[in-house]
Design a protein around this ligand. Structure first.
Ligand SMILES: [Zn+2]
Length: 272
């Protein structure tokens, strides 16, 4: 199973977005706290179909002069196109030296461990925000369910984890950005090389409609007030610094630019 790919550069870095999986979702179901009629109008005003919202799993691969980096691992199992897509692009799984885990949800950690129980990326170490790691390791240790994604994927990599406690450049050109609200240790990334920058907001937003409505929080944000503040900060940074932006769940490839529009923002996607 092969997914789409989108290749671009950030300075000296080669970036490829891999589509691990593609879903179509009901936009009203995604934002249970917002009045359905307001949502439907908000979607159609922006030209989106509220009942057929593209919801992808966009995995970023970054080749820097020093490192081969993967940002998240997708769903895993037979729904996941990532491992075969990487191989087709000429990227051997044992050449990935760093997997950045942005947060502990199953659609981001599900591909860490393969069907045979061994790590999909055997030579990789794993970078994750410290509080996020501690939260999900606790979840993993308290459950008996062998299919729990945290138990299945995090327990086996315990001794290969690099914990991030502050916003800093933890690899050359890769800056950790604390982006809480979706989960409290959710981490975004600023990728920078030769003055060019990419802001990967990961799950700080789940749909382009949130640029026009940053206060719309999906049901799976653990703290909607905090996630709203994070969204506004990241969108403002992308708009004011004219950054390329990537979002994990926007329709593939999820790459584009942000502009200010009134009190909110506008999404200008680049086509895949
Ligand atoms: Zn997600």
């Amino acid at each position: 199973m092969i997914g789409s790919t989108h290749r671009f550069t950030v300075g000296d870095f080669v970036c490829i977005v891999f589509c691990d999986a593609d879903q179509v979702r009901d936009g009203v179901g995604l934002f249970p706290s917002v009045d359905p009629d307001t949502l439907k109008k908000g979607f159609s005003d922006l030209g989106y179909q509220w009942d057929a919202l593209k919801f992808s799993m966009n995995i970023l691969y970054i080749k820097t002069p020093e490192h081969s980096i993967l940002v998240d691992t997708g769903l895993g199992g037979n729904r996941s196109k990532l491992p075969e897509s990487l191989l087709l692009a000429g990227i051997e799984l044992n050449k990935i030296d760093t997997v950045i885990i942005t947060h502990g949800h199953g659609d981001h950690i599900g591909g860490i461990i393969g069907a045979d129980g061994s790590p999909t990326f055997p030579k990789a170490r794993y970078a994750i925000w410290k509080d996020e790691w501690e939260h999900w390791l606790d979840v993993a240790q308290k459950t008996d369910d062998p299919n729990n994604p945290a138990r299945k994927n995090l327990i086996p990599i315990q001794d290969k984890v690099m914990l991030i406690e502050k916003e800093w450049e933890f690899l050359p050109g890769i800056h950790a950005v604390h982006a809480p609200g979706h989960t409290m240790g959710h981490m975004a990334l600023l990728v920078e090389s030769k003055g060019e920058k990419l802001l990967h907001i990961v799950d700080a937003a789940h749909s382009p409609v949130q640029l026009a409505h940053p206060d719309w929080a999906p049901g799976f944000d653990v703290d909607p007030q905090v996630s709203t503040a994070t969204r506004k900060t990241l969108f403002a940074e992308a708009a004011d610094e004219k950054l390329l932006m990537l979002a994990y769940h926007f329709g593939f490839p999820g790459v584009g630019h942000v502009e200010r529009s009134g009190d909110a923002f506008k999404w200008e996607p680049i086509s895949g």
